[in-house]
Design a protein around this ligand. Structure first.
Ligand code: FAD
Length: 412
C-alpha cells in the first residue's frame, strides 16, 4: 500500500515522530503556515503522543500510562496536518523518500524527530537482561514485572529474596527520578502483597564519583539524604560489569560483587534513534550534529529535532544534554525555518537554547532544581515548579483544555 498524499503542487513537509520535537513542530506549523502554503504529514508509530519525561512514573507504577499519553488527534488540527500511523523503517534522503512498514512517503522537506533509544555502552548482558525506560510499552512492562515479582514472592515454598531486589543502573537525572518513584511505590506494594518492607532492597548504582553528576553538590546531598531515608541504597563510584539473568556484577576499588536481583533497570544512557544512523546520516551515537538552523549538515531539505539532533554548547565546547526542554524550543525554530523556506526566504533563524533551569523529581511532593541561572529549589517548592513546567508544556501543546485534561493539577 502506498500511503502517499496527493499534494496539489504544494510543497510537502513530512515529520517523523510525534514526540516533543515532532508534535511541537506540527502544532507550530499549523500556526505559522496559511492553509494552502504546504501539505503537512505527521508519521508516528502509535496513535498517541506521550510525555517521555513522565515515563519513570509509569514504570514505577505511581502514575497510570493513560495520563502520560495523549491521542494525536487531540493535539493536531486534522484539516491542517495529516496523521499517518505507521512505523518508519528507513529514510532515503537522496530519493526524498521515507520507507514505512506499510507503505512509503515522498517529501519536499523532512523533519526527523524519532527520539531516543537506550545506550548500554557494550556492557555485557544489559541489552538482554535489563529493562530500559524508553517508551510507554517498556514502562508498562517494568511496572507489570515488578508487580509480578511481589505477587509471586509469597506463593513459593522457598522464598526468593531476589524477587524483592530492584537495581537501577545510573544515578543521573533519569535514574534518580525513577528511584524516587520506586521509593514511594514500594511501601504500597508491600501493603498490597503482604511483604515486610525490610525485605525489599532498592539499589542505585553509579559509576561516576557522585550521584547526579553536574548538579549542585548541596542539591545532590539533599536528594541522596531524602532517598536514603526512604530506603534507597546508593553504590556510587561503582561500575556495572555485567548483567545476568540472576542480577548484576559490580566492581568498586577492584572488588567484584554480585547482587542478585529479579529487576534491573538501566537508566544511564541514551542515544538517538538507530534509524537515523542506518539511513546514512552522519551521526555521533545516533545524533546528527546539525547546522545552526537545525538542518542536517549535508542536506538542505532535512531538519533534525530533539534527541536525534546534537547541538554544541559553545561556552564549554560540549554537546547539550538531550532534553524535552530543548526539543520543544528546537521545534519552534524548525517550524519558523520551514515556513521561511516555503516562502522562498533565504535567511533562516539560528537556534539558541533558552534554558529556564532543571528540576528533577524525587517522588510525589519532592524535587530538587536550579532555575533562573542559580536559584536553587528544594522539596515542595521544587516539586511545584516541576508541575508548573509540565503544565506549561501541555498549555503550549493544546491550550487550557489540554492542561485541564492531562495536567498535574494537584500542586501540593
Ligand atoms: P521522543 O519524545 O522520544 O519522541 C519520539 C517519538 O517518535 C515517539 O512518539 C515515538 O513513538 C516515535 N517513534 C520512534 N521511532 C519511530 C519509528 N520507527 N516510526 C514511527 N515513530 C517512531 N527532559 C527534560 O527536559 N526534563 C525532564 O524532566 C526529563 N525527564 C526525563 C525522564 C525520563 C524517564 C526520560 C526517559 C527522559 C527525560 N527527559 C527529560 C528527556 C526527554 O524525555 C527527551 O529529551 C525527549 O523526549 C526528546 O524528545 P524527542 O521528540 O526527540 O523524542
Amino acid at each position: 500500500m502506498k500511503v502517499d498524499v496527493i499534494g496539489l503542487n504544494k510543497p510537502k513537509i513530512v515529520i517523523l515522530g510525534a514526540g516533543y520535537g515532532g508534535i511541537m513542530t506540527a502544532v507550530r506549523l499549523e500556526k505559522e503556515l496559511k492553509m494552502d502554503e504546504a501539505e503537512v504529514v505527521l508519521v508516528n508509530k502509535h496513535n498517541y503522543h506521550y510525555q517521555s519525561t513522565w515515563l519513570h512514573e509509569n514504570a514505577a507504577g505511581t502514575l497510570h500510562h493513560d495520563k502520560t499519553r495523549i491521542p494525536i488527534n487531540d493535539c493536531i488540527n486534522k484539516s491542517k496536518t495529516k496523521f499517518v500511523q505507521d512505523t518508519v523503517v528507513e529514510v532515503k534522503p537522496d530519493e526524498k523518500r521515507v520507507i514505512l512498514e506499510n507503505g512509503e512517503l515522498s517529501y519536499d522537506y523532512l523533519v526527523v524527530g524519532l527520539g531516543f533509544e537506550s545506550e548500554t555502552f557494550g556492557i555485557k548482558g544489559l541489552k538482554e537482561h535489563a529493562f530500559s525506560i524508553s517508551n510507554i510499552n517498556t514502562a508498562r512492562m517494568i511496572r507489570e514485572h515488578i508487580d509480578y515479582q511481589f505477587a509471586t514472592y509469597n506463593n513459593e515454598p522457598e522464598k526468593k529474596d531476589e524477587r524483592l531486589t530492584l537495581v537501577v543502573g545510573g544515578a543521573g537525572f533519569t535514574g534518580i527520578e525513577f528511584v524516587g518513584e520506586l521509593a514511594n511505590r514500594v511501601p504500597q506494594l508491600c501493603a498490597e502483597y503482604d511483604i515486610p518492607r525490610e525485605k525489599v532492597r532498592i539499589y542505585c548504582v553509579e559509576a561516576a564519583p557522585t550521584a547526579l553528576p553536574g548538579f549542585d553538590p548541596e542539591l545532590v546531598e539533599y536528594a541522596m539524604n531524602l532517598l536514603e531515608s526512604k530506603g534507597v541504597e546508593f553504590k556510587i563510584g561503582t561500575m556495572i560489569k555485567e548483567c545476568t539473568p540472576e542480577g548484576i556484577v559490580v566492581e568498586k576499588d577492584e572488588k567484584v560483587e554480585e547482587i542478585k536481583a529479579a529487576t534491573v533497570v538501566w537508566a544511564a544512557g541514551v542515544r538517538g534513534s538507530g534509524i537515523v544512523e542506518e539511513s546514512g546520516f552522519e551521526t555521533m551515537r545516533g545524533r546528527v550534529k546539525v547546522r545552526k538552523d537545525m538542518r542536517d549538515p549535508n542536506r538542505d531539505d532535512v531538519f533534525i529535532v530533539g534527541d536525534c539532533a546534537l547541538i554544541i554548547n559553545e561556552e564549554i565546547n560540549r554537546p547539550y544534554p538531550p532534553t524535552a526542554q530543548i526539543a520543544i524550543q528546537q521545534a519552534q525554530t524548525v517550524a519558523r525555518n520551514l515556513a521561511s523556506l516555503i516562502r522562498g526566504e533565504e535567511a533562516l533563524e539560528t537556534f539558541t537554547p533558552d534554558l529556564k533551569g532543571t528540576v528533577a523529581s524525587l517522588g510525589e511532593g519532592e524535587a530538587i532544581g536550579v532555575i533562573m541561572g542559580d536559584k536553587k529549589l528544594f522539596g515542595k517548592t521544587a516539586s511545584m515548579m516541576k508541575k508548573v513546567i509540565d503544565n506549561r508544556y501541555l498549555y503550549l501543546l493544546g491550550g487550557v483544555p489540554m492542561v485541564l485534561k492531562k495536567g498535574k493539577l494537584k500542586m501540593f
